[in-house]
Design a binder for this molecule. Structure first.
Ligand SMILES: Cc1ncc(COP(=O)(O)O)c(C=O)c1O
Length: 405
């Protein structure tokens, strides 16, 4: 691609004006938003506010804002998934949110089947697998190519014996976007619940829980919402929530939590799914990212993401690298996975060069541009991969062991 063409496109990339909000972009090529979004400059002030409140207001902080923060922040996340104010609450992480939902399912004897797919995030598969101990049949629909799971196969697995369906909106390895509306329609037709993990979706693709017609939608701020760890969120369809009786529960879901009742009297709204004290510092850390993404706008983010993931695919093709990411823009989320020999070592080498990415077996090196990424950074990352391979610099990283990459 001509550099003039590139410079031209960058000058018209209005979203680059937000780069100044992210200090780490001054020092690194940040292509890891599928894992940990860049921290906004404003997060430091938000955490300082948390500390100031604690230091000056002490226990009064609870009635002056902390107590309702899990749903106040939910109101910020709600527009990103097409939910209404009051319908979303924050949870400590996506796995726990799933566990709470699972604990609310009462599977009758003739409907002891749960359907999921082999490319769901492992943590959710572990949770579902544990249900087998209680006689639940867990049907895991396989993938033929390690990139997508055919909608038709999932639909065929959902039958009258199925109580619930668990899928990811965007697959964490390949960034394939599930046809959620079709799968939800099939689940609805047989009276099964559909629970969608939108962790790799919210913040990079538009989501509308009502248009998708799902029962439960779970997301989180760590990745595309630039909010750090400890801040996941849960939406349950408001009519359904009244019928749910989670076994994993606690005093925060009580109508009068400070009355210290012997018996649980559950709220009827989103707070019904809360358990214990919310992670207040994590919620403070998450707020600036949510505000920023709302300001940038999901449609603009998606348009840029499609263009830049398309560009990465093109660059990878030209270099002869295999990509495990869908070509069809409608099927593609925010990540491009490049599957090359020595991918793990190459990814570590890239990180040492301040090109931040990760590696997953079966997927490859995951590169995730976000609204703050320039085209030049994409070009540099693929060029760097070529240089690392041709100079065999990756060899220096064969003995480096990491527990988190
Ligand atoms: C799609 C998806 N679901 C769940 C998780 C795990 O989330 P948590 O650690 O918040 O439980 C991840 C983490 O990468 C993910 O990508």
């Amino acid at each position: 691609m001509e550099s003039a063409d590139r410079a031209d496109r960058e000058s018209t990339d209005a979203l680059l004006e937000f780069r100044g909000e992210f200090p780490i972009l001054e020092r690194t090529n940040y292509l890891i938003s599928n894992s940990l979004g860049a921290v906004p400059r404003a997060t430091c002030d938000s955490l300082k506010e948390y500390d100031d409140t604690w230091a000056t207001r002490g226990v009064r902080a609870w009635e002056e804002g902390w107590w309702t923060l899990a749903s106040d922040l939910g109101d910020l996340a709600a527009p990103m998934i097409g939910a209404r104010p009051g319908e979303v609450v924050f949870q400590p992480n996506v796995t726990t949110a799933h566990a709470i939902v699972l604990s609310a399912l009462d599977l009758p004897a003739r409907r002891r089947r749960i359907v999921t797919d082999a490319m769901h995030f492992p943590s959710i598969l572990y949770l579902l697998d544990q249900q087998r101990r209680d006689g639940v049949e867990v049907v895991v629909v396989p993938s033929d190519d390690g990139i997508r799971v055919e909608t038709q196969r999932i639909a065929e697995a959902i039958d009258e014996q199925t109580s619930a369906v668990f899928i990811s909106h965007v697959l964490f390895k390949s960034a394939y976007v599930h046809e959620v509306a079709s799968i939800a329609a099939r689940a609805r037709a047989v009276g099964a619940l559909i629970v969608v993990d939108g962790y790799q979706a919210v913040g990079t693709i538009p989501v509308d829980v009502r248009r998708l017609s799902v029962d439960v939608y779970i997301g989180g701020c760590l990745k595309w919402l630039c909010g750090g760890p400890g801040a996941a969120f849960l939406w349950v369809e408001p009519e359904l929530i009244r019928q749910l009786e989670p076994r994993i529960t606690g005093w925060v879901s009580h109508r009068t939590p400070f009355a210290s009742d012997d018996r649980l009297s559950r709220r009827d709204d989103a707070w019904r799914m809360l358990v214990g004290t919310p992670s207040i510092p994590a919620l403070h850390a998450a707020r600036p990212g949510l505000q920023l993404i709302l300001k940038v706008g999901i449609d603009a983010i998606r348009a840029k993401s499609l263009r830049q993931t398309g560009r990465l695919l093109e660059l990878a093709d030209r270099a002869g690298y295999r990509c495990t990411t869908p070509r069809d823009p409608d099927e593609r989320g925010g990540t491009v996975a490049i599957d090359i020999e020595k991918g793990c070592e190459v990814s570590r080498c890239l990180k040492a060069l301040d090109i931040l990415c990760d590696y997953r077996p079966g997927a490859g090196i995951r590169l995730s541009p976000h609204f703050y990424t320039s085209d030049r950074e994409l070009d540099e990352s693929v060029t760097a991969i070529g240089e690392i391979l041709s100079t065999r610099t990756w060899q220096a990283f064969t003995t480096v062991r990491s527990t988190v990459t």
